[in-house]
Design a protein around this ligand. Structure first.
Ligand SMILES: [Zn+2]
Length: 470
């Protein structure tokens, strides 16, 4: 009996397991069926509904040369657009008028208080073992030297650890960080906080081998961490790869090079500037917004063509293209030229402050340099990522290997993303070239291939149109 009872319990247990397994199996098959069906319906519907539109966008973008002409005109006519400069204000006025002539809706100029840093005259010279001018750019936010400049011997270091190990040699010297560029995040830390660490060790100024994989005697400027009251404030700037290597060789030989540094740089009170934006009003839910754009400010080097006139013009032209083709998505597409990214990130912060109560579905930023389109990074719920992933076959018609991944970044869109709005980052394949031009006099329109720009416009127009319409 005991055996029988145990056997029947076993049968019941098995039966229960079979029923559970069977139920799970049906549920599992059902899920596969529904997922497949959903995917199939999505693809079929998307293809049927949008393939003609996508073709139209690509054809129109590729035959149009007005985007590159507009970019070159803006860079040539107004020059570099440092926040707080007259150049930037003139460019913003011109953009406002151009958006009107494009027929964009709801053109707005939102007030943004931007920082004002003025470079003034500056120079860097080798005094010993020979006299020679060195190409130099101070970093944005740096303080000036005394009017007579600073003349001091050099201490070359190769890392922050190296500086720590040589801390007893740094007092009264100009610290030079000679660190080769492997990638931006690794190299930029010496620009960002090199002045604070050098000052802590007793240095009188700090210089950084430019954050770039190539030299060609070009200094590259950029932003730095704010000075802090507990650490002496010292001037901070960029020298070229060639000069950093020369100073290294001199130090290695025991030659003790001496440098003279002169900076007039100054910071003035914040000034009024603007985020400028225009729209295509949505046909069904105009109150729901897809905001796309780039930052219109640049460093006062070159004419800020790649960083970020290209991103501004590409997103703006994508909207102009949709308008020209008479394509009205269900939701509103808004193009924004953010006023201050390089030295303060105020454009994106002010945008979030002013517009956070409007219903946004997406923020897209293009600030990667104009090369052939490569990918879209998406940060948002998985369900939306699945939808964005269905755009890939359309985007592959612009660039065959175009990919869509989870991730991305964007200084101007992050304040809205932090409030829960999905974010999209548009990336290009620069083959390592972006940092040849980044924040340097080499950043001019001739570095942008008109065909690449048109492809970027096509890809952005497709992605935002689908997102705004589906
Ligand atoms: Zn940028």
């Amino acid at each position: 009996m005991l055996i029988c009872r145990e056997q029947s319990k076993e049968v019941e247990r098995n039966r229960g397991t079979i029923v559970k397994t069977y139920t799970h199996l049906i549920f599992f098959i059902g899920c596969i069926f529904l997922t497949n069906l959903k995917a199939e319906v999505n693809e079929v519907n998307l293809d049927a509904k949008y393939s003609g539109i996508v073709r139209m966008i690509i054809d129109e973008a590729m035959k149009d040369s007005s985007a590159w002409e507009r970019l070159a005109y803006m860079c040539d006519t107004f020059g570099p657009r440092l926040s707080g400069s007259d150049n930037l204000e003139k460019a913003l006025n011109w953009i406002t008028e151009q958006m009107k002539s494009d027929g964009l809706d709801n053109i707005q100029r939102d007030e943004v208080m931007v920082p004002v840093w003025i470079r003034g005259n500056e120079s860097c010279s080798l005094i010993s073992p020979r006299k020679s001018k060195m190409n130099f750019m101070s970093y944005g936010g740096s303080i000036a030297t005394p009017v007579e400049g600073i003349t001091a011997p050099v201490l070359v270091v190769n890392s922050f650890e190296d500086l720590q190990n040589k801390a007893n040699e740094a007092k009264g010297k100009i610290v030079v960080y000679n660190v080769p560029f492997i990638h931006y995040g690794q190299a930029v830390q010496f620009r960002w906080s090199g002045h604070l660490k050098a000052a802590e060790a007793g240095a009188v100024a700090s210089l950084v081998r430019s954050v770039s994989p190539i030299g060609f005697q070009l200094p590259h400027t950029g932003s730095v961490a704010d000075y802090v009251d507990s650490i002496p404030k010292i001037p901070h700037g960029a020298i070229t790869l060639e000069d950093a290597e020369m100073l290294q060789r001199m130090q290695n030989r025991g030659q003790e090079p001496v440098i003279h540094l002169f900076l007039e740089a100054r910071t003035e009170p914040d000034k009024l500037s603007y985020n400028v934006m225009g729209e295509i009003i949505g046909s069904m839910v105009p109150g729901e917004i897809i905001a796309i754009g780039g930052h219109i400010d640049s460093w006062d080097a070159g004419t800020g063509a790649q960083d970020d006139a290209g991103g501004c013009i590409a997103t703006w032209q994508a909207v102009k293209l949709l308008k020209k083709l008479g394509l009205k998505p269900k939701r509103t597409i808004r193009v924004v030229m953010w006023a201050n990214e390089e030295n303060g990130s105020r454009g994106g912060k002010y945008y979030a402050e002013k517009h956070k109560h409007e219903k946004h579905h997406l923020m897209l930023e293009f600030d990667a340099g104009v090369f052939s389109p490569k990918s879209i990074g998406f940060r948002g719920p998985d369900s939306l990522f699945d939808i964005v992933s269905t755009f890939q076959p359309f985007l592959a018609q612009v660039e065959p290997n175009f990919s869509i991944y989870k991730g991305g970044w964007g200084v101007d869109i992050d304040p809205m993303h932090k409030l829960g709005i999905p974010a999209m980052t548009f990336n290009t394949d620069d083959s390592g070239r972006y940092f040849w031009y980044h924040h340097a006099d080499s950043d001019t329109p001739d570095k942008i291939d008109p065909k690449d720009l048109n492809k970027c416009i096509a890809a952005i127009a497709i992605a935002v149109f689908l997102y705004a319409d589906i």
